[in-house]
Design a protein around this ligand. Structure first.
Ligand code: NAD
Length: 279
């Protein structure tokens, strides 16, 4: 991929799944990588994987829903590597699978704070650095749920539609200032994100076993398109290519959108979905 080697890439949510694959791909392409995540242990694991492969990376703890924390992350990235050429704003959670009237206010707020406000906070901190240095490329992680509605995922789908709108708007605002802004819309991808849905580590509040089982049953009953199909073949049926994605298949698109091969592409959300959007 042209134009990535020797540059600095920042990836949020890089302790797992798509973010980890993206961080590793940037490092393979010769970039220095800032691995940012709210969970230190998994973030440091990603750094270890990159270093074991001969790459260069450092971990920064961040909560993307907190602007001050995000600003600190960007400051550390620039202090460490001297520039911020690429940013993959990727951290996100999926905590509920319920009808809109069952959604609790604090759960709505928490998800929107991470998935949508978190992208805004990253853009707010990253853009001045990129404008100052005269160049930059940003990729936000949206979702297929940001392009179409999905029953049971009101807050998630609203947050991801917001990411798509934010991406278009910021791309327009910065089109003449050397910064390109795009998004990816992953289809179902093999990651841990559904552990958040079941009360796991993806930033959700701890829930009782009873609540978690109840949520899981709702999920299984109403799963139209689950975000992980290891245990549920319904998502597979919705994917024309008849398989779910590997995180590395998202990372390839992120690397391309940041590369100089994509120098005239801005404001787009690219579905990476095995053909779902064509259906
Ligand atoms: P994942 O759970 O494997 O990774 C998400 C990472 O984000 C985790 O390391 C987690 O610790 C981190 N994170 C959570 N809250 C954070 C916060 N407040 N601040 C910083 N980091 C935080 O899930 P994933 O599937 O790799 O998800 C990455 C992105 O891809 C998310 O935005 C998700 O919505 C999106 N996505 C995933 C799928 C899928 O099927 N896996 C589909 C469409 C979109």
């Amino acid at each position: 991929m042209r134009g990535l080697s020797g540059k600095t890439a920042l990836v949020t949510g890089a302790g797992s799944g798509i973010g980890r694959a993206s961080a590793r791909r940037f490092a393979e392409e010769g970039a220095d990588v800032v691995v940012a995540d709210v969970i230190e242990e998994t973030g440091r694991e990603t750094v270890g994987l990159i270093e074991d492969a001969g790459g260069n990376a450092r971990f920064v703890e961040v909560d993307v829903s907190d602007l001050a924390s995000v600003e600190r992350m960007v400051d550390i990235a620039v202090e460490t590597y001297g520039s911020l050429d690429f940013a993959h704003n990727n951290a996100g959670i999926l905590t509920d699978f319920v009808e809109v009237t069952e959604l609790e206010e604090e759960r709505w707020d928490r998800l929107i704070d991470i998935n949508l406000k978190g992208i805004w906070a990253c853009l707010k901190a990253e853009l001045p650095v990129m404008v100052e240095q005269g160049h930059g490329a940003i990729v936000n992680t949206a979702s297929e749920a940001g392009l179409v509605g999905m029953g049971g995922l009101a807050s998630y789908s609203a947050s991801k539609h917001g990411v798509v709108g934010l991406t278009k708007t910021v791309a327009l605002e910065y089109a003449t200032r050397g910064v390109r802004v795009n998004a990816i819309a992953p289809g179902p991808t093999k990651t841990n994100i559904q552990s958040g849905l079941l009360g796991g580590a993806s930033g959700s509040s701890p829930t009782s076993l009873r609540e978690r089982v109840g949520t899981a049953i709702k999920l299984l009953r109403t799963a139209i398109r689950t975000l992980r199909a290891d245990f549920d073949t319904s998502a597979m049926r919705d994917v024309p290519m008849d398989r779910i994605a590997e995180p590395e298949e998202m990372a390839g698109a992120v690397a391309f959108l940041c590369s100089s091969d994509a120098s005239y592409i801005t404001g787009h959300t690219v579905p990476i979905d095995g053909g779902q959007a064509a259906d």
